[in-house]
Write a new protein. Sequence first.
Length: 153
Amino acid sequence: MIRRASDRWSTLGEWLALVQHVGRQIRPSTKHYDRCRQLYRALNVTDIRDCVDADALERLATLLDAQRYDDAPLVYGLRREIPRESLGAMLVEARNQILRVRSGRIHRPRVAGPRFDPAFIPDAALVSLIQRHPDLAVVDRLRAERARRLEAA
């Protein structure tokens, strides 16, 4: 494989710039195709998940979406080296990461498990949970919610 010093990248933005530079060149040679193959396959889902640059993620999503169907932006396109299913998986991850970055969830991840808010539990289910739930701390929260509802009525 061809390894050039200029093909080193550390951010998604740098990878995109290299892909645009290398992929748009018209060079029908094995060395060029090997260079494209190595560069294209260097990106994986983990790299996308680690990126916090929303603009680079937007550009990646645009490129991946175009590459799933045709090789319009690049002469030697990503679809020649990466299967369509993998391009789709990377596109989904890029769009999910864009949402995480733009919403700020990337810096405050969601706590595992479902949300538990006694205020949204129907009355019949609230009484049933008070009688049957094994965790006494939860039962205390449920009783407080039931008392609040009785005072409001």
